[in-house]
Structure formats: structure tokens, C-alpha cells
Design a binder for this molecule. Structure first.
Ligand code: NAD
Length: 333
């Protein structure tokens, strides 16, 4: 059987590295392109070819795609901080939209047949009911706007240039997969932040807003295990053998509030810590919980690791084994 070549752009990052590891496990020939701005060289599978580069550099990404000649390109590389995107939308449009143009142009120039793009639930506004694949698209922050712009770009590029694509709208990625875990600096994701606090590496955890229209007044999010997200990418590759495109949510269907996450961390670690209530942050929707009916029906995707305490346990285990993340401490790969 022909070996399938894949290029994982952003494959040194959190979700990209877990997907790359699973692609290697499934026998794909994996190459990774990453500028290591938020990614980690230690997270790249040993058998993968690594190309250091920045998507800003259109000659570099074009040369790498020409050399690797991938059948499929995965596009994980982006800036993804809602707060920063509100303060500096120029940066977000340049990094997320401008860089995607460079990547897709290079894909078209080199005859790439399939592209899989990491989008986000942030393309939707907050709702009291679960978000479906057909819910209204109305981002509440410029990060979400840049992701939606790339989704639309894929639609028009496909109609002009004919590649196949999958847009996967993740809800909140979390958890760890074996030796691969979440290590962002600065960390902005709730579960690692609360775990770091429980482990005494932070003095306190801040809750941004306790007056939202939710049962306990704190924001509600849908937490999806990173290994489940990676599985969806592998299923999307197969789906695109027969179909021209798919856009779908990847959520677990369950929502947990900030306070529930804090409680789960206390339960898993057995540690208590200081919790500080602060004002709301600009751009944070109150509730984002997703149904993933299209992913279930079309891809056969069913998230397997949705219980909050199980998710927190995998993240906690990884953090205990990697006390300073990828770049220090013991237990590193
Ligand atoms: N983490 C989540 O909960 C979540 C939720 C929804 C969507 N997403 C999307 O999923 C994708 C991956 O998220 P993540 O949490 O793994 O992020 P991450 O920061 O861990 O990974 C991004 C990777 O892309 C690389 N990168 C960034 N800009 C680059 C550039 N210009 N050129 C080359 N490489 C570059 C980084 O070094 C990093 O390795 C992002 O597109 C993000 O918007 C993430």
C-alpha cells in the first residue's frame, strides 16, 4: 500500500503534536513545519521530519511543501488568545489570516489534495442551548473572526482550485496523551492553570466574572480531550477520500463551569487553594457547549474521554511527570 505523506503545520504544539503522534502510530509518513513560537521540539515524534520555519515566510513554506510533496496538510498554526486578539486584532489578522493565505497558496502551487484546518467554537456566539453545526456564525472576538475568515477562504479557494478540505471547530481542548501534554507560556487555559495552582506553582486562581447568566454565575465551556480531537483528524482524512469537504463541531456535548473545573481539580489532586473572583474579561462568551452531530454521523466520531475528572486526571498525571513542562524538570521525553 502507498505510504501517505502528511505535513503537520504547527505539529510541535499541543493538539498538533498529539495528532502527529497518532498519525505516526497509523503508519503515515509525517513531516512537521513549525516556528516553535509556542510549540516544543520535544513534542515532535522522533520518526517525523522536522522543518523549522514561519508561515510568514512564503518562500520557506513553499519550498518545504515542494520538498515534502504531502498528500495532506494539517493547519494547526495560529495565535489563539481571545484577550490578546481583542487588544491587538492587527496581529491576529496578520498571523491567522495572512499566514493562512501563504500556506494555502503553497498548497495550491504544489498540488496538495487535502487540507485539514483547526477552527474553533469561538465562531459562534454564546447561547443557552447547545451549539449545533448549523448555529448562527457570529464571533464575539477578533480571534474567532480570523478563524471564520479562514473557513470562508477555504470555501472560495476550493471552488477556484479544487482541493478537498475539512474544517474542524474544536471546543476546549484539554488533557494529555501519554508523554504529550499542554505547555503554553503564558498559560491561558483553565485546566492547566487550576492544576498549577493546586500544585502550589501559582498563588491563586482567578475567576473572571461570577455574574454570568449561568447556574453558578461562572462561564461554561465544553472540554474535549486532546486525544479525541486527534482521532477526529484521522477520521477526517478518510472522509475526504470520498467527499469534497466537511465543516463540523468537535465538542463533547457537556458543559462545565469554571467553578466545576476548580472542584474537579480539588477532587483529583486532594489539594485546596486560593480562588479570587475578578471582573469579566472582554470577549468571553458566557456559555459555549457544542453538539457534534455532523462529526458523529459523517466521520463516525464519538468522544471517548468526556468525564471531567478523567480529563483532569490525565492532565494532572502529565504535569506531575513534567513539573516544568517540556523544557525542564524531570520525566521529559
Ligand atoms: N487549544 C484549544 O483549546 C483550541 C480550541 C479551539 C481551536 N484551537 C485551534 O487549534 C490550533 C492548535 O491549538 P493549540 O492549543 O495546539 O496551540 P499551540 O500554540 O500549542 O500550537 C500552535 C503551533 O503552531 C506553531 N505556530 C504558530 N504560529 C506559527 C507560524 N507563523 N509559523 C509556523 N508555526 C507556527 C506554534 O509554534 C505551535 O507549535 C490553533 O489553530 C487554535 O486556534 C485550539
Amino acid at each position: 500500500m502507498k505510504t501517505i505523506r502528511v505535513l503537520v503545520v504547527g505539529g510541535a504544539g499541543y493538539i498538533g503534536s498529539v495528532t502527529a503522534a497518532k498519525l505516526v502510530e497509523q503508519g503515515y509518513q509525517v513531516s512537521i513545519f513549525d516556528n516553535l513560537s509556542t510549540g516544543h521540539i520535544q513534542a515532535i515524534p522522533q520518526t517525523a521530519a522536522f522543518y523549522l520555519g514561519d508561515l510568514k515566510d512564503s518562500d520557506r513554506i513553499n519550498a518545504v511543501i515542494a520538498e515534502v510533496a504531502p498528500d495532506i496538510v494539517f493547519h494547526f498554526a495560529a495565535l489563539a488568545e481571545v484577550g490578546e486578539s481583542m487588544r491587538n486584532p492587527t496581529l491576529y489578522y496578520r498571523e491567522n489570516v495572512g499566514n493562512s493565505i501563504n500556506l494555502f497558496e503553497a498548497c495550491v502551487a504544489n498540488g496538495v489534495k487535502k487540507i485539514i484546518f483547526s477552527s474553533t467554537c469561538t465562531v459562534y456566539p454564546a447561547t443557552q442551548t447547545a451549539i449545533t453545526d448549523e448555529s448562527t456564525l457570529l464571533p464575539q472576538n477578533s480571534y474567532g473572526e480570523t478563524k471564520l475568515a479562514v473557513e470562508k477562504m477555504l470555501h472560495w479557494f476550493q471552488s477556484a482550485y479544487g482541493f478537498r478540505y475539512a474544517v474542524l471547530r474544536y471546543f476546549n481542548a484539554c488533557g494529555a496523551y501519554g508523554v504529550l501534554g499542554e505547555d503554553h507560556t503564558p498559560e491561558s487555559h483553565l485546566i492547566p492553570l487550576v492544576l498549577q495552582t493546586a500544585l502550589g506553582r501559582r498563588s491563586h486562581i482567578e475567576i473572571y466574572g461570577t455574574d454570568y447568566d449561568t447556574d453558578d454565575g461562572t462561564c461554561i465551556r465544553d472540554y474535549v480531550h486532546v486525544a479525541d480531537l486527534a482521532d477526529a483528524h484521522l477520521l477526517a482524512v478518510q472522509y475526504l477520500d470520498q467527499h469534497s469537504n466537511i465543516t463540523c463541531n468537535l465538542g463533547s456535548g457537556s458543559g462545565y463551569s469554571v467553578r466545576e473545573v476548580i472542584d474537579a481539580v480539588i477532587q483529583v489532586t486532594g489539594n485546596h487553594f486560593q480562588v479570587v473572583e475578578s471582573a469579566r474579561r472582554k470577549g468571553d462568551p458566557s456559555r459555549l457547549v457544542g453538539q457534534s452531530i455532523t462529526a458523529q454521523r459523517e466521520l463516525g466520531w464519538i468522544p471517548k474521554r468526556s468525564k471531567l475528572t478523567e480529563i483532569v486526571s490525565t492532565a494532572y498525571e502529565w504535569m506531575c511527570q513534567h513539573p516544568s513542562g517540556y523544557t525542564g524538570g524531570n520525566g521529559n521525553i
